[in-house]
Design a protein around this ligand. Structure first.
Ligand code: PEP
Length: 249
């Protein structure tokens, strides 16, 4: 059975102390699900203390970014080996905030995805169009180009998750309608089927991200091709994150 994935991207929020309190409370209140995985992606400074707390829990740990070299003179960067060593299982690659604020290109993201998987972790590859691109009818063209460029020369597709995150829906309170998200998820699955094969495409986890909250999670998860969500703002409060995790289809 393909499990769904509910992932929380904490962005640049929570000190180590706040993170520890949050995770203790999450573990205490988390139900024992068989059909879904729960992943948290805290800031780098909180990863190690959290890795120690969640050792005997079902929670999974992810990082929000990584560099594509193992070590070297790369001031300010974090290597995949450092992440793997402390128990990180997933790394978000190419989040739209990395693309648009920090200038990450598809080529850089491609190197990151490859390196993450080579190091033994799973990459969450984020793709999605901007508002002006959607309005010009370019959504599929943009998503296709991002997927192809970010996965060029990469064959371990079983080790990745794709997150469709329309930029106009991130942190804006504007969620894509479930059918709008579903049609892009279907498009991505067909594209992966063409590039790789049908089996791989069917097993691929495709997340939706963009203003997911307790009020819209159930509707989103009813869509056949939405295998989970990547949540920003609403994962920072324990009650709303727990309700999102506890979605009902
Ligand atoms: C995100 O950070 O990936 C995200 C989807 O943010 P938000 O849920 O706040 O829109």
């Amino acid at each position: 059975m393909k499990k769904s994935l509910i992932a929380g991207n904490w962005k640049m929020y929570k000190t180590p102390k706040e993170s520890i309190e949050f995770v203790n409370s999450l573990i205490k209140n988390l139900k024992d699900y068989e059909d879904r995985d729960v992943l948290i992606c805290p800031p780098f400074t909180s990863l190690y203390p959290i890795s120690q707390i969640i050792k005997n829990s079902k929670l999974k740990l992810g990082a929000q970014n990584v560099y594509f070299e193992n070590e070297g003179a790369f001031t300010g960067e974090i290597s995949p080996i450092m992440l793997k060593d402390i128990g990180v299982e997933y790394v978000i690659c190419g989040h739209s905030e990395r693309r648009n604020i920090f200038g990450e290109t598809d080529e850089i993201i491609n190197k990151k995805v490859k390196k993450v998987v080579e190091t033994g972790m799973k990459a969450i590859l984020c793709v999605g169009e901007k508002l002006e691109e959607r309005e010009k009818g370019e959504t599929f063209k943009v998503v296709e180009s991002q997927v192809k460029k970010c996965l060029e020369g990469f064959d371990k597709i079983e080790e990745i998750v794709i997150a469709y995150e329309p930029v106009w829906a991130i942190g804006t309170g504007k969620t894509a309608q479930p059918h709008q998200a579903e049609e892009v998820h279907i498009f991505i699955r067909e594209l992966i089927s063409k590039i790789y094969n049908k089996d791989i495409a069917e097993n691929l986890i495709i997340l939706y991200g963009g203003s997911v909250k307790p009020e819209n999670i159930d509707q989103l998860m009813k869509e056949k091709n939405i295998d989970g969500v990547l949540v920003g703002g609403a994962c920072l409060k324990i009650d709303s994150f727990l309700r999102i995790i506890d979605y009902r289809r």
